[in-house]
Design a protein around this ligand. Structure first.
Ligand code: SF4
Ligand code: SF4
Length: 186
């Protein structure tokens, strides 16, 4: 039973172009990771648990939400394992399955960011990201109730004044159709 679960996870990763079976636990990935201090599982452990098929532990860990996708680990791996890609894949699995995650604010920002890119056909609209994030989980309403939104509004106004928060929608991307195809799978 445990063995088939291991195969299933490793096979799903391999089907996504993220084979992990070459890992020999040298830990070069973890030794180079700039955020390992904030993780509950170092990157080499994530790969180990993936090989063991322990998907539930991986979907519930803090590490995948702390990871900044800097790709240092992927660059350092002597076996060509795309550890950063595995982290991203696990994030998408956690979102798709509605898994309880230890960093809900990071997950919500992740979803708001990708949602905004999707709505804008491949480009990023910062005000839209902020709006989607604020609306997630009633965050904005809760802040209004606690009168905690005033500071954020003041920051937004300051950013607008300094032209750091463009309100006009971004120009349409030439390959918007292609991007939409990629994002439809997300
Ligand atoms: S660097 Fe590559 S081979 Fe080494 S532990 Fe990390 S994933 Fe495994
Ligand atoms: S991609 Fe993530 S796990 Fe890899 S080195 Fe960067 S922060 Fe660490």
């Amino acid at each position: 039973m445990a063995q088939s679960a291991a195969f299933a996870l490793a096979e799903n990763l391999a089907a996504a172009g993220l084979a992990v079976d070459g890992c020999y636990q040298c830990r070069k990935c973890s030794n180079g990771c700039p955020l390992v201090f904030a993780m509950d599982l170092p990157p080499d452990r994530v790969i180990r648990l993936a090989l063991l098929g322990r998907e539930d532990e991986l979907l519930a860990c803090r590490t995948i939400w702390v990871c900044s996708s800097c790709e240092t680990c992927t660059t350092r791996c002597p076996n060509g394992i795309d550890i950063a890609g595995v982290m991203d894949w696990l994030k998408e699995q956690a979102v798709a399955r509605g898994a309880a995650v230890p960093e809900p604010e990071v997950r919500d920002f992740h979803c708001a960011f990708l949602g905004a890119v999707k709505l804008m056909g491949g480009r990023l609209s910062e005000p839209l990201v902020l709006a989607l994030y604020a609306l997630k989980g009633g965050r904005w309403l809760a802040k209004l109730r606690r009168s905690a939104a005033a500071g954020e509004l003041a920051t937004a106004l300051e950013l607008l004044k300094r032209r750091r928060l463009p309100l006009s929608p971004p120009r349409r991307l030439a390959g918007a159709g292609e991007v939409a195809g990629i994002l439809r799978r997300w």
